[in-house]
Design a protein around this ligand. Structure first.
Ligand code: 13P
Length: 333
């Protein structure tokens, strides 16, 4: 393992003023996003939409890295440049989603385990050859009355740590993403309780698996009320609870924390990140690794029409810029 190389990549991923674009939707997920704007999902529409994002002028001012999907890392711009090389040319790090999705956990109804460890060493070597310098693995923890179980948390934390170890062996920085979903009707307090349990388990497993924390990025959920909670907590409470939770569990050796948006609206996700950075200084960089919250407005503006590519890029850059400002608490809504 080349530790200093991992550290250099990890620090670049959380460089000041910048964050990560999660453009690694699986073919199933991107189809859902396209269905919303009535665009057919084909290899070519997916390629041209990703090209819209990656070629947005000055994207590199706010975007340090892009998480790609297996199909996307093999695609090219219309001029024939492979996407990873195109991004590298802009000074943007290419990354790759390597998990194979959250599957039903046998014996634990309603809970999932993320799969994808078999053959991962070989896949990582191939992705490194294609230009990937970081990777992502998402574990999913749902909240309901009798879940999550301690077992499901432990199993997912263990898989995350095994993935992280294989990444570091391959010279790839692991984004460790344990996502506590905001889908339910639970309170912020319940989310905080579960996120505390999850982060404790994740860092214990990272330690057991001898992970080099300085070459690791954490991608957590924010501590937030469930979407269906009748009394949703205000932005300031979200910011304070999230920071409280992170300070308890994330060693300062970790260079950065890059949040997922998880179903928050684009303005909410910017506002929350901004408030957390206002509460700084923190021992780690606090940035974004948003999928939906960076792309929603761009998708709407584009609508699958070639004549709207520029409008889509403008919408994307506007939101990327706002998040870039939120990165230092300088966003003013
Ligand atoms: P969202 O920001 O849409 O939650 O996506 C981020 C991500 O990469 C989920 O794995």
């Amino acid at each position: 393992m080349n530790r200093s190389e991992l550290e250099t990549i990890a620090r670049a991923m959380v460089a000041k003023g910048k964050g990560i674009l999660a453009a690694d939707e699986s073919s199933g997920t991107i189809k859902k996003r396209f269905d919303n704007i009535k665009v057919e999902s084909t290899q070519e529409t997916r390629r041209s939409y990703r090209e819209l994002l990656f070629t947005a002028p000055a994207a590199a001012d706010y975007i340090s890295g892009v998480i790609l999907y297996d199909e996307t890392i093999r695609q090219k711009t219309k001029d024939g440049t492979p996407f990873p090389q195109y991004l590298q040319g802009l000074g943007i790090l290419p990354g790759i989603k390597v998990d194979m999705g959250a599957k039903a956990l046998a014996g634990f109804p309603k809970e999932t385990i993320t799969e994808g460890l078999d053959g991962l060493r070989e896949r990582l070597a191939e992705y490194h050859g294609l230009g990937a310098r970081f990777a992502k693995w998402r574990a999913v923890i749902d909240i309901a009355e009798d879940i999550p179980t301690a077992f499901a948390i432990e199993a997912n934390a263990h898989a995350l740590a095994r993935y992280a170890a294989l990444c570091q062996e391959a010279g790839i920085v692991p984004i460790v993403e344990p996502e506590v979903l905001m889908d339910g009707g639970h309170t912020l307090e319940r989310c905080e309780e579960v996120t505390n349990q999850v982060l404790a388990a994740v860092f214990a497993q990272l330690h057991s698996h001898r992970i080099h924390l300085e070459g690791t990025i954490l991608k957590p959920n924010m501590v937030i009320s469930g979407k269906k909670c009748p009394m949703r907590a205000a932005a300031q409470q979200v910011a304070e609870a999230t920071i409280r939770c992170l300070r308890r569990h994330v060693p300062s050796a970790v260079p950065g924390i890059a949040f997922l948006s998880g179903g928050q609206s684009s303005p909410e996700a910017t506002e929350h990140l901004n408030r957390m950075n206002v509460l700084g200084p923190h021992p780690w960089e606090l940035t974004f690794s948003y999928g939906r919250a960076l792309q929603e407005e761009a998708l709407q503006a584009w609508g699958g029409k070639p004549e709207n590519v520029e409008a889509g890029q403008k919408a994307f850059l506007r939101r990327a810029k706002f998040n870039g400002l939120a990165r230092s608490g300088a966003y003013d809504a």
